[in-house]
Ligand binder design. Structure first.
Ligand code: MTE
Length: 329
């Protein structure tokens, strides 16, 4: 008997996911370029310069020089027919060159240029704390334990830039089912790598509380939207997106989506997290996208898509309220 697949809000119809090369040629898209000079008052970032031609050539070059992407792309990804995002996908080559990854650089358009010494293979990931089945795994053995699928999610940075990208990986709850947290586990803590020899930002900003850490409540961690990404745009994760494995929580500001994870721990106490430790008044633990709560230094009412410069009204929970609002009721 064939399995009934219920529509989920992260799924997108095939026709909505326009392949990048097709989308590049659309007349409709050219019209959008007219909006690239519109700025968002009060935001601290400059939109990335729009690389008109040579987009795919640049992407090819970046991938060719990236050991992580030399691995075969994920195959036979599951993708269900229903989805609600009505926004174009972000150009892959734009997303590749506009990143927050402070281990490497504080400049978003420099991360991809400062990442050459970072090698996401070999890589071990440790699962520990309050679990019945702790373990340490070579990353490719770990990834093979899960069925990959692809999800197109919105991403909203606290700095007001946004993108729409197709992650591949698996639902965090699949991992939780396997490792069996003990009944007293209340939080999940994620820790990124600490290696100043390969990460110039960790050398330069040596006073920051490295390694980068993030955490979720157990209810958030088991939520169906919470995703562990091992790839993006149909292939393995490039280094600048957090190879070899990262978290994706699309209803929260992007800083919760920790990259290049080395450890996942289940805890009783609320873990300290990187940005919340550094500037608690600006970056709260929960970090749910909310247009009604301004950042102390800028408004959160609008967001700007990287690459096209389209501006949208920010949606509460980044548009995922129907799925996650009950977590906070
Ligand atoms: N993870 C680590 N380890 N270090 C970081 O600096 N930046 C966060 C998040 N994860 C960050 C991180 C922020 S602020 C954002 S917006 C997203 O990664 C950006 O993800 P992207 O570069 O893949 O778009």
């Amino acid at each position: 008997m064939s399995q009934l697949i219920l529509p989920k809000a992260w799924h997108i119809p095939e026709k909505e996911i326009t392949p990048e090369n097709v989308f590049n040629n659309r007349r409709h898209f050219l019209k959008l370029l007219g909006f690239t000079t519109v700025g968002i008052a009060g935001a601290l970032f400059a939109p990335p310069a729009f690389a008109k031609n040579a987009e795919s050539k640049l992407a090819e070059k970046l991938f060719a020089s990236n050991p992580a992407t030399a691995l075969p792309p994920a195959r036979n990804l599951k993708r269900s027919p229903d989805y609600t995002i009505r926004r174009p996908m972000t150009y892959e080559s734009v997303a590749l060159k506009y990143n927050n990854f402070y281990e490497f650089s504080a400049e978003k358009d420099r991360v991809w240029q400062t990442i050459d010494a970072f090698n996401p293979r070999p890589w071990d990931i440790e699962i520990g704390g309050l679990v019945e089945k702790p373990g340490k795994y070579a990353i490719d053995d770990f990834i093979k334990m899960f069925d990959p699928e692809e999800r197109v999610y919105r991403h909203r940075c606290v700095e007001t830039w946004a993108m729409v990208v197709p992650w591949n990986g698996f639902q965090m709850s699949d991992l939780i089912d396997k490792v069996q947290p003990k009944s007293n586990a209340r939080y999940v803590k994620f820790t990124s790598f600490d290696d100043p020899s390969s990460a110039p930002g960790q050398q330069r900003f040596s006073n920051l509380p490295w390694p980068y850490t993030e955490a979720l409540t157990m209810a958030e961690a088991v939520h169906e939207l919470t995703f562990i990404a091992t790839g993006v745009y149909g292939h393995t994760l490039p280094r600048q997106h957090g190879a070899p494995i990262r978290l994706v929580t699309p209803w929260k500001y992007g800083f919760k989506s920790i990259k290049s994870i080395v450890k996942i721990e289940f805890t009783v106490a609320k873990p300290a997290t990187f940005w919340n430790t550094l500037i608690p008044k600006e970056y709260d633990f929960e970090a749910n996208v909310n247009p009604d709560v301004p950042h102390p230094r800028w408004s959160q009412r609008r967001e700007k898509m990287i690459g096209t410069g389209e501006i949208y009204a920010t949606q509460k929970y980044n548009g995922y309220g129907d799925l996650v609002a009950e977590l906070y009721a």
